[in-house]
Design a protein around this ligand. Sequence first.
Ligand code: PMM
Length: 284
Amino acid sequence: MFTWEFVLDRPRPGVMGVVNVTPDSFSDGGRWLDPDAAVEHGLALAAAGADLLDVGGESTRPGAEPVDEDEELRRVLPVVRGLARLAPGIPISIDTTKAGVAARAVDAGATIVNDVSAGRGDPGMLALVADRATGFIVMHMRGEPRTMQRNPHYDDVVGEVGAFLRARVLAAHAAGIAPAAVLADPGIGFGKSLGHNLELLGALPRLRAAAGAPLLVGASRKGMIGALLAGADGVVPPVGEREEGTQAITVWAFAHGVSVARVHAVGSAVCAADLVASARRLAA
Ligand code: PMM
């Protein structure tokens, strides 16, 4: 049975390296479509200190169109297989909302399911995760990627996201998924304005308490960082120039109790994790 102890029982928080096997992800779409290139990239992230690798074959960028199951499998399976063989010590998560993709990826060596729909996208997902005893990440998303950034509205974003995560964590438990296997994620950028994202980042301890599970946060290179870094002229830095901003948010997240950061540049996140762990030790 998978548990998150390998991250939670250590002084430093965890770093999940992103391996997107898609033509259209916002930060790295098309770069690792070739399975060998994607495996190489995953190995480089592992060498840079990633604690786990997240392999995804369907872009969830705002406006993205869904991908059918066969195409998603064609993209991710060789990469999961290759990484499981060449980096056997590194847990692999499969970033999918489809139980069929999750099942085949688990057969190929994945031990965690990262579901941005929190088990709502496929009626078979919770049972599959329970049956295979994998890890599970439940993320908050308002709407679906195709339409989620059209005028997102909340009366109380922290209260609503916290209650949603609690409900999905409880649904996972009710389906037979072990509590120690579940992480909760507020879903930065998934149906949220800049203000919503900032409110969520400002309330991480409250969200963790509401969810009743350790938190994972994925802000790496996202639009909120571009918006925060825009100069007085309003020019938003391109995705490739958001690394310092990403690192700042990663430090903030770790310092406020987040257990795992999902990032593209692993080295700087490991540095952030080490620094926060050292500061905690000195403060203790
Ligand atoms: N973000 C993306 C994809 N999958 N999964 C989780 N759990 N949390 C996230 O924030 C998240 C995710 C989109 O970013 P990408 O295009 O860089 O993968």
